[in-house]
Design a protein around this ligand. Structure first.
Ligand code: AHR
Length: 325
């Protein structure tokens, strides 16, 4: 009797294993057979205040939307992102989303996702792969952000008779925001031939690198009027370098940045920054809603552009008390 009971339990457990295997689990979840959306998300890293806010937004939105989120931090390395995406494919998640560290080099892994019939959503940053390899791209218009920063300088220096010397701190080499913001900015300032970029170098979107690069550039360029940094964090690092060089940020050297995270907004409200173009990291809710539509087989727009604004010092003072990030 006892023997028969053991055999029966073994039989049930074998059957259960078979059901899981049919669902296609390789140790991970089987999203497609359940109502719960399983979303694999590969994040760039934690290089900036923006990125931290973006990660938080995605994690919180997943919780609220009841999404089973498989989150992976690539520490700013493309090979880590490719490995994470391959692991999501192996786990047979319902949808893969990622914020690509650089623009190039994604064709092979995106083709693997397509062959496995797993839709891919790009968030925040673009790739140069064929558009048929992803369902949609959700994020900011980085060229437009660069243009807005440049336009502020065109207006600010409309009466300038002398050259205005600008240092540009670029984001991560080969990343969409670095390429596009440079393009938009340089396009806009071309309207005033007095506006001259005297040095342009990458600070990798981090505060530490922004400071280090700015220290070197200030030594090589004695006559600097403006810093344009591709994000707040590099601007904040460079601001320290400017102060340590005995100059007053916001006055001797005007500072224009992109993002509008809390520390950047504080510097703007304090008069140390002059203008910030907003780049919103709050993509979580939109990502969850889009991923659910994709899983349900609904059509989504190929490009979903984030709505953003700009801040001068007065607007920053007003916005700071209720700023979410
Ligand atoms: O891709 C968005 C950019 O990446 C943000 O401007 C920057 O702060 C981040 O690291």
């Amino acid at each position: 009797m006892f023997k028969r009971l053991i055999l029966a339990i073994a039989g049930v457990s074998l059957a259960l294993t078979a059901v899981t295997a049919c669902g296609g689990s390789d140790g991970g979840s089987t999203g497609s057979n359940s109502d719960t959306l399983v979303l694999g998300f590969s994040q760039v890293g934690a290089e900036s205040g923006w990125r931290t806010a973006n990660t938080l937004s995605i994690k919180e939105a997943a919780k609220t939307a009841g999404v089973d989120l498989k989150f992976s931090d690539a520490q700013q390395k493309q090979e880590n992102q490719i490995a994470a995406i391959r692991s999501f494919i192996k786990q047979k998640v319902d949808v893969i989303a990622f914020s690509p560290v650089v623009v190039t080099g994604w064709d092979a892994v995106l083709k693997e996702a397509k062959a496995a019939d797993i839709p891919v959503i790009l968030t925040d940053r673009a790739v140069d792969s064929d558009a048929s390899l992803y369902v949609t791209f959700l994020g900011s218009d980085f060229v437009e952000e660069g243009r807005k920063a440049g336009q502020w300088l065109v207006d600010e220096y409309k009466d300038a008779k002398e050259p205005v010397n600008i240092i540009q701190l670029e984001g991560t080499v080969g990343s969409a925001p670095a390429i596009d913001r440079k393009k938009g900015f340089e396009e806009a300032i071309a309207a005033n031939p007095n506006l001259k970029v005297v040095a342009s170098q990458s600070g990798d979107f981090t505060r530490a690198k922004g400071k280090e690069v700015m220290q070197a550039l200030l030594k090589a360029n004695k006559d600097v009027d403006v810093l344009f940094a591709h994000n707040d964090d590099m601007g904040l690092g460079a601001m320290q370098a400017i102060e340590e060089a005995g100059r007053t940020p916001g006055k001797d050297v005007k500072i224009v940045t992109i993002d509008a995270v809390r520390d950047g907004m504080q510097a703007l409200a304090d008069g140390k920054f002059n203008f910030i173009v907003e780049c919103s990291p709050l993509l979580g809710d939109q990502l969850m809603a889009t991923a659910k539509k994709v899983k349900a087989g609904e059509t989504v727009d190929k490009r979903i552009v984030t709505v953003e604004t700009v801040f001068d010092q007065a607007k920053a003072k007003e916005a700071l008390p209720t700023r979410k990030y």
